[in-house]
Design a protein around this ligand. Structure first.
Ligand code: HQG
Length: 181
């Protein structure tokens, strides 16, 4: 179990690596990598209690494996969830027959009209487990899980990607491939 402080630091690292590196004055390369030394120094300047040991622990223990180091641990990036344009070099992959997306009931009308859109992120996020989708939906309010006919989409030429921490990603899901469960 991660300590509350590690969870808090992890959320801040997600903000920096997915959405806003400028908030602590660093930048990411085009594949989303930050320099580990720069990240630590910049976080310390921003008043965060972090060093290499703490960062290693946060990355290793994060319950969703949200971050990855490069081989020699000089660079770090988020495995998914970006709103800023980065190219993670993910290869298209054949999805399972069904995937799931958790959302809030208040978004359903709009989703029925437009299908699932990326909104602020780089991809629509899908899961191969209903339970995971349910927890994702709960973050937004009264949850509802949508079944995604992923294989049918794949057969029609839609591309799917699998992030390093096992989140399925795609550009959009038209309503025709969705079903409320
Ligand atoms: C909804 C977490 C209206 C969509 C999770 C969702 C995930 C629409 C919200 C990752 C819509 C966007 C991503 C449309 C989609 N009209 N609403 N046409 N299309 N939406 O947070 O999937 O914990 O950007 O259903 O585990 O909730 O941060 O996406 O409710 O993997 O690592 O718009 O974030 O990962 O919300 O979550 P988000 P998400 P972490």
């Amino acid at each position: 179990m991660q300590s509350k402080e590690d969870i808090r630091l992890g959320k801040f690292i997600s903000l920096v690596l997915r959405h806003n590196p400028q908030t602590i004055g660093i930048s990411l390369d085009e594949q989303g990598w930050a320099d580990v030394g720069q990240l630590i120094e910049a976080m310390q300047r921003a008043g965060k209690n972090i060093d290499q040991t703490i960062l290693e622990r946060i990355v290793a223990e994060n319950e969703k494996q949200r971050y990855a180091f490069n081989e020699n641990h000089t660079k770090i990036r988020a495995n998914q969830g970006h709103s800023i344009a980065v190219d993670l070099h993910l290869e298209p992959k054949q999805p399972p027959k069904l995937l799931y997306h958790g959302t809030a009931t208040r978004f359903l009308k709009s989703i029925q009209k437009q299908g699932l859109k990326k909104m602020t992120r780089q991809y629509v996020h899908l899961s191969d487990e209903k339970q995971t989708a349910l927890s994702v939906g709960q973050r937004h309010g009264s949850p509802v899980v949508l079944k995604v006919y992923a294989h049918k989409m794949y057969q029609k030429g839609y591309r799917f990607y699998l992030s390093q921490n096992h989140v399925w990603l795609c550009e959009e899901v038209p309503w025709a491939y969705l079903e409320i469960i």
